[in-house]
Design a protein around this ligand. Structure first.
Ligand code: PDD
Length: 287
């Protein structure tokens, strides 16, 4: 984690970065967040993440704490102060501080804004991508508004812990009909026997991943076919390839599901190529 955090208008040393005990994000998960990948000190998929932030805030009726332009400046300043060239930046906006009451405060409160930046070891990450990762499955047990990027992530945290204890990198939620919804912090994809890409459609109760959306543009540009249709863990095991997408993982090959190998049990050519193309596109468009 970087050494300097942004908290409500001030850059402060990380160890002294505090929020109030009655912050509604802390007490009620009444807060949303965004994570941008950072390439060369610039924000990847900036527009998509800002648009989703505005949408998430709008769904919770929290005002944008500042304009997009001002927020961009603050995010960039956080990167600069932490000397982050390759990494990630995290932004959280909560409704603010108010005496504990489930309903919204009746008097106006200022949204609380927190930003942290961290460096990623790109070489280490690429080495991991070259090996691929395993996933485990877990029953879908989240609320019905996973399209809002809130900090209410306890089921995701428990799912990720289950994955870690099984030696896997990600957990895939599986709904009552037996279909994969998404990962604990990523979207899920497979490449079927006909070479068609498959990922869950966004009418389902999932987060509309920005990496997913940029990758769909890349896929369309490449003239590849995508079927936004649900798949089961068994479909994934029978597929030639699988991968996950997200600002943290970019495009990361999945080589096993619940201990069963996918395809050859090694990263496949489609995922490897899409990872390269996504990174090229994200770097070119970063601001
Ligand atoms: N997670 N689904 C979930 C549940 C997520 O939490 C994320 C991102 C994604 C991928 O979305 P995007 O492509 O916009 O990053 C899908 C972030 C990285 C996190 O929680 O750290």
């Amino acid at each position: 984690m970087g050494r300097i955090a942004y908290v409500n208008g001030r850059f402060v040393p990380h160890g002294e970065a505090m929020v109030h005990i009655e912050d509604r994000g802390y007490q009620l998960a009444d807060a949303v967040y965004e994570v941008w990948a950072v390439f060369g000190g610039r924000l990847a998929d900036a527009e998509g993440h800002f648009a989703r932030l505005e949408r998430s805030l709008g769904e919770l009726r929290i005002a944008m704490p500042m304009s997009r332009a001002a927020l961009t400046l603050v995010l960039k300043e956080a990167l600069r102060r932490n000397r982050v060239r390759e990494g990630m930046i995290y932004l959280q906006v909560s409704r603010g501080v108010a005496k504990r009451d489930h309903a919204f405060p009746t008097t106006a409160v200022r949204p609380a804004v927190v930003i942290t930046a961290s460096t990623v070891d790109r070489e280490g990450v690429e080495a991991r991508a070259a090996k691929g990762v395993s996933v485990v499955t877990t029953p879908e047990n989240r609320w019905g508004r996973c399209d809002i990027k809130t900090v209410g992530l306890l089921p995701n945290a428990l799912a990720k812990q289950k994955a870690r204890e099984a030696g896997a990198a990600e957990a895939w939620f599986v709904d009552d009909l037996g279909f994969v919804t998404e990962g604990a912090s990523s979207n899920a994809w497979i490449v079927d026997g006909e070479g068609r890409l498959r990922t869950r459609d966004t009418n389902a109760n999932i987060l509309r991943g920005i990496t997913r959306s940029t990758l769909l543009d890349v896929i369309a540009r490449e003239g590849m076919e995508v079927d936004e249709r649900p798949f089961t863990p068994a479909d994934a095991v029978a597929a030639t390839e699988a991968f996950i997408t997200g600002a943290g993982t970019l495009v990361l090959p999945v080589i096993a599901v619940d201990g069963k190998p996918v395809g050859q049990g090694a990263p496949g050519p489609v995922a490897i190529r899409l990872r390269r193309l996504y990174i090229e596109q994200a770097k070119a468009a970063a601001i």
